[in-house]
Ligand binder design. Structure first.
Ligand SMILES: C[S@@+](CC[C@H](N)C(=O)[O-])C[C@H]1O[C@@H](n2cnc3c(N)ncnc32)[C@H](O)[C@@H]1O
Length: 267
C-alpha cells in the first residue's frame, strides 16, 4: 500500500476511534432504547434484504455493531467487521448483553481475507461506508470473496449526489461527482449538530454510481435491483427537515435530490 493511503487510513482510524465516545452518548445512536431491545435497522434495508432467519451475514464497516446485533435479533448469524479498535471494543461489550450471539472482528476491509475465513449467505454494508475506501475494485473483490455461491450482497448508502454538497452550505455544489482525488476535511462528527465537540481530520473519496456498479459487476455478481431514494433515513447532514418517519430531506428540496441508493446483487 502506498504511504499516502496508509496515512489516510491511520487518520481515519484515529478519528473513528475518537468518535466512538461521542457517538455512544448521542441521541442519534440512542443506545438506551437499543439496549432495551429496539432495532437500529430503520431504513429500506429491512424489507429489501428480506428474511435473514437462520442465515449467515457478514456486516462490513459495522461501527459499534448496533445493526449487526439487530440482524442477530432477527435470527441471523452475523459477523461485524470494522477497523476501529474502540468501535469493536464497544460492539463486544454490547454483544455480551446479547449472549455473544454476534461475532466482531477488528480489520481494515482491505485486509479481511487475512483475518476471516468462510463464506456467507449475505454480505451487508450500510450508511457511510464506501466513501472511506479509495479503491472499489479491491472492495468488490472482498465482497465477492466472502459471498457463498447464490449468496446476496446488499448495500444501502448515501447517494453520491449528496457528497457533492458542502455540509455547511448544503445547497451549493462543492465537490466533484466523480472520484477525482482524495477529499480531506477537518470537521465535527455527524451526531454533533451543535458542533460542541472536537473536529476530526478525515480523508474520503466520492464514488459515482457507475464506479460502484461496475466494480461489483466485474466480480460477476448479478444485479437484482438498484433503487434511489429522495430522502435520508438519518438526520445526519446540516439543514435537513423531517418529511416522514425516518425520512429527512434538505429544506426546500423535497422530491428533488436523491439522498440514498440501494443495490442488491447475487453471486
Ligand atoms: C459511518 S460508520 C458506518 C455506519 C454504520 N451503519 C453505523 O452508523 O452504525 C463508518 C464505519 O466505517 C469504518 N471504516 C472506515 N474505513 C474503514 C476501513 N478501511 N476498513 C474497515 N472499517 C472502516 C469506521 O471505523 C466506521 O465505524
Amino acid at each position: 500500500m502506498n504511504e499516502d493511503i496508509q496515512r489516510y487510513f491511520d487518520d481515519n482510524q484515529n478519528s473513528w476511534d475518537a468518535k466512538v465516545d461521542i457517538h455512544k452518548e448521542s441521541s442519534f445512536y440512542n443506545l438506551k432504547d437499543f439496549q432495551s431491545g429496539e432495532s437500529s435497522l430503520i431504513g429500506p434495508e429491512v424489507e429489501e434484504l428480506g428474511n435473514v432467519y437462520g442465515r449467515s451475514l457478514l456486516h462490513l464497516q459495522c461501527h459499534f455493531g448496533m445493526d449487526t446485533i439487530s440482524w442477530v435479533r432477527k435470527g441471523a448469524m452475523a459477523v461485524g467487521v470494522d477497523f476501529s479498535e474502540k468501535a469493536i471494543q464497544l460492539a463486544k461489550e454490547l454483544n455480551e448483553a446479547e449472549e455473544n450471539r454476534a461475532q466482531f472482528i477488528q480489520s481494515n476491509i482491505y485486509d479481511l481475507k487475512q483475518n476471516l475465513s468462510g463464506q456467507f449467505d449475505f454480505v451487508f454494508t450500510s450508511y457511510g461506508t464506501i466513501g472511506w475506501l479509495p479503491d472499489l475494485n479491491k472492495w468488490a473483490e472482498v465482497v465477492a470473496n466472502f459471498l457463498k455461491p447464490g449468496g446476496t450482497f446488499y448495500i444501502i448508502d448515501f447517494h453520491p449526489v449528496v457528497w457533492m454538497l458542502d455540509d455547511k452550505k448544503m445547497k451549493e455544489i462543492y465537490y466533484s461527482y466523480f472520484n477525482k482525488e482524495v477529499i480531506s476535511t477537518e470537521d465535527h462528527t455527524y451526531t454533533d449538530h451543535e458542533g460542541t465537540h472536537r473536529k476530526f481530520m478525515t480523508h474520503g473519496w466520492n464514488h459515482p454510481i457507475s464506479e460502484i456498479l461496475n466494480a461489483l459487476l466485474k466480480q460477476d455478481l448479478i444485479l437484482e435491483h438498484f433503487n434511489e431514494y429522495d430522502y435520508s433515513a438519518y438526520n445526519c447532514f446540516t439543514g435537513l427537515t423531517k418529511i416522514g418517519e425516518h425520512k429527512w430531506q434538505f429544506e426546500g428540496r423535497e422530491g428533488i435530490i436523491p439522498m440514498m441508493y440501494s443495490i442488491k446483487m447475487t453471486k
